[in-house]
Design a protein around this ligand. Structure first.
Ligand code: DQA
Length: 146
């Protein structure tokens, strides 16, 4: 299965940003973990991070006909972006929303998610493990394979 893992703004700062919330492991550690899980499970994975909303929209559009599943942590764009929701709806690729922290236990605005309306599951507060759990969910979900 071909899975696209998308990460939004400031996730490249993992290990540096608010370690009490996001932990001390780096973005490179996260990528390594995702790639190791893909190898173990036989999935093909591409990981992409951007601080720009439009880049993430374009990446979702380009996933059409290429990827069979999307793991998305839109980071701050979770709480603001109708454009990401519309892009996911446009390509109609099964997607799982991931948050490292438990957004439901933080500031009120973090409980709002636009992409949640499209994603078939949300994993929040499981740390980096949320990404591999999301990959497993996609691999076990019914859906067309390219
Ligand atoms: C986050 C939670 C968001 O509220 C925040 O803006 C992020 C990261 C998480 O993974 O916990 O940047 O998506």
């Amino acid at each position: 299965m071909k899975i696209l893992v998308l990460n939004g703004p400031n996730l490249n700062m993992l290990g540096i940003r608010e370690p009490d919330i996001y932990g001390k492991s780096t973005y490179a550690d996260l990528c390594e973990m995702i790639e190791a899980h893909a190898k173990e499970t036989g999935a093909e994975v591409e990981i992409y991070q951007s601080n720009y909303e439009g880049d993430l929209v374009t990446k979702i559009q380009e996933a059409l006909g290429v990827f069979e599943g999307i793991v998305i942590n839109p980071a701050a764009y979770t709480h603001t972006s109708v454009a990401l929701l519309d892009a996911l709806k446009a390509v109609a690729i099964p997607a799982v929303e991931v948050h490292i922290s438990d957004v439901s236990k933080r500031e009120g605005f973090r409980s709002i998610s636009f992409v949640r309306e499209y994603c078939f599951a949300t994993i929040a507060g499981h740390g980096f493990a949320g990404y591999t759990e999301a990959m497993d969910m996609l691999m076990n979900a019914p859906g067309k394979r390219i």
